[in-house]
Design a protein around this ligand. Structure first.
Ligand code: G16
Length: 540
């Protein structure tokens, strides 16, 4: 076929570095940007095949999110705005690693296995973050799409969740929202204004934009909020480097403020990550102590708000919360024992959380790192809409249903979204009249610590039980079990990262000292039993 010949020719412009093997990770491919042009071109090809297979528009986002500026990556978005179907991750890896002469065979193989009809037309939406490498890598994606005869629409600089939103709008013929970035601003801001219209004015919110695209998009959205929320933006990208000493991942891991953030006593502050799909909140108390409100606290706040509205509305809808092993033990206890909601624990990666959240009428999912959203089932949405317009229902029930309707419009249900989550959190705090300190006081977190260990090959670590236990290398889990027994309320686990070349270590315990000691001792066990490289981990 002529298309294959053209693809083969064009692909030579994006040669694969000899011997390079990459794996589709937690959120797509991610590594140093220099190693990625061929991957981007090929993901353009894959997006065309996925579009033909699903007969829908597919999204390709060029970003490495929380990683350092010199890295880049690519996330593929399925028709309803979800992450790429798991089964296709294997195809992505196959295409990315094919040698030039094997590329057409790899394509034909996918086409045959998926019974793809190449006569239809394919449509792909592309977006990118602000990294210096993103523009040329986005061009590589677009060249891939064109080479296989697909139609490409480039949305330029957008946060990842905006591209998810746009794909979903396109494939629902605008039912989810207008198919434009402006449509996104309008949908969210109108919902925010509706929820907060009777709430008293609030102090401004300080936002760390991680020097990334989230800052630019927030600036563009702010006028639509009509003064209902004032944001004071730091790390807006005008001077600093992306994610450097700032951003949600930095704040979560360091448990400290980002560079440049001037935190007045008790002021609400939050940080986005590099592609605007994560958020964490924080403040300093009157003793100057830093308090972090991460994805666990966000999940609790949002679940409480929605559960209260469901009760007021008299709607019998099941609410469940999905977490990962990183969720603080106190949050899980609070949700289960105080809030009496069902809690499920799954492997790291939004795709895993999203999938399980779909099992509930209302599924709230958050990773502790601040990535999450809420999913309402079609049936739940229908019941809420019915009640909101039922003139015979009691006023209190109807108005609770109307608040739920606006909440649904405010939430980006396609994926975790820093801007949408921020607006929802602000709306909840405003409506409930809560300060950030009162929110923080809902439960007390166990002190915890996250560390990274460098090993020769992180694939030697295999895990089970939603990543809470290791199955290899030999002896590692036994060593971790023994360390956990040493300290009160202790829990720790290790897992290979799917976005960075490191092994992640998580530990929590009764006190700061014991959590830190446990994290260090577990790191040492990883270093010794899983082939650590470089210097041995030092005590904190
Ligand atoms: C991605 C995923 C998240 C995951 C994070 C870290 O986030 O979307 O689900 O928690 O990577 O993953 P890992 O621990 O495997 O490195 P982002 O915001 O970097 O795209």
């Amino acid at each position: 076929m002529a298309q294959f010949e053209a693809t083969y020719q064009k692909s030579a412009q994006y040669p694969k570095p000899a011997g390079l093997v990459l794996q589709y990770g937690t959120a797509g491919f991610r590594t140093n940007a220099k190693q990625l042009p061929h991957v981007m071109f090929r993901m353009g090809l894959l997006a065309v095949l996925r579009s033909l297979r699903t007969r829908a528009t597919i999204g390709v986002m060029v970003t490495a999110s929380h990683n350092p500026e010199e890295d880049n990556g690519v996330k593929l978005i399925d028709p309803m705005g979800e992450m790429l179907e798991l089964a296709w991750e294997g195809y992505a890896t196959q295409l990315a690693n094919a040698e030039q002469d094997g590329l057409v065979t790899a394509l034909r193989d996918i086409i045959e296995r998926e019974a793809i009809n190449m006569d239809h037309s394919a449509s792909v939406f592309v977006g990118r973050d602000t990294r210096p490498s993103s523009q040329s890598l986005s061009q590589a994606v677009q060249d891939g799409v064109s080479a296989l005869g697909g139609h490409c629409q480039d949305f330029g600089l957008v946060i990842t969740p905006q591209l998810h939103y746009l794909v979903c709008c396109q494939n629902t013929q605008g039912r989810y929202g207008d198919i434009s970035v402006e449509g996104y601003y309008k949908k969210l801001s109108e919902a925010f204004i509706k929820i907060t219209k009777n709430a008293p004015p609030r102090q401004p919110l300080r936002v760390d934009g991680a020097n990334g695209i989230g800052a630019l998009q927030l600036k563009a959205l702010e006028p639509y909020l009509q003064g209902q929320l004032t944001v004071l933006l730091t790390n807006d990208g005008s001077t600093g480097k992306l994610n450097h000493l700032c951003g949600a991942d930095y704040v979560k891991v360091q448990q400290g403020a980002p560079q440049g953030m001037e935190m007045g006593l008790g002021e609400r502050c939050c940080s986005f990550d590099g592609d605007g799909d994560r958020i964490v909140y924080y403040y300093n108390d009157d003793k100057g102590r830093f308090h972090l409100l991460d994805g666990d606290k966000i999940a609790t706040l949002i679940s409480t708000f929605i559960k209260e509205l469901l009760t007021k509305a008299g709607l019998d809808l099941q609410l469940g919360v999905v977490q990962t092993a990183y969720a603080n033990g106190s949050s899980t206890h609070y949700l289960q024992d105080n809030m009496k909601v069902i809690v499920r624990c799954v492997k790291t990666g939004v795709k895993h959380l999203h999938h399980v959240a779909l099992e509930f009428n209302v599924g709230v999912y958050f990773e502790a790192n601040g990535h999450g959203t809420v999913l309402f089932s079609k049936a739940a949405e229908e019941k809420i809409h019915q009640l909101a317009k039922d003139a015979s229902a009691a006023e209190e029930r109807r108005s609770a249903a109307a608040q739920l309707e606006s909440t649904i419009n405010l939430i980006n249900q396609t994926v975790g979204d820093a801007i949408s989550d921020m607006l929802l959190i602000e709306a909840v705090l405003a409506v409930k009249g809560l300060t950030v300190q009162q929110w923080d006081a809902i439960y007390t977190e166990l002190p915890n610590r996250q560390l990274k260990v460098k090993v020769a090959d992180r694939r030697v670590i295999n895990t089970t039980d939603a990543e809470r236990k290791t199955t290899s290398p030999a002896g590692l889990q036994e060593a971790i079990d023994e360390l956990n027994r040493k300290y009160r309320l202790a829990r720790s686990f290790v897992r290979p990262s799917g976005t960075e070349d490191v092994v992640r270590v998580y530990a929590e315990a009764e006190t700061r000292e014991t959590a830190d000691a446990l994290a260090h001792e577990v790191s040492l066990a990883v270093y010794r039993l899983a082939g650590g490289v470089g210097e041995e981990p030092k005590p904190l």
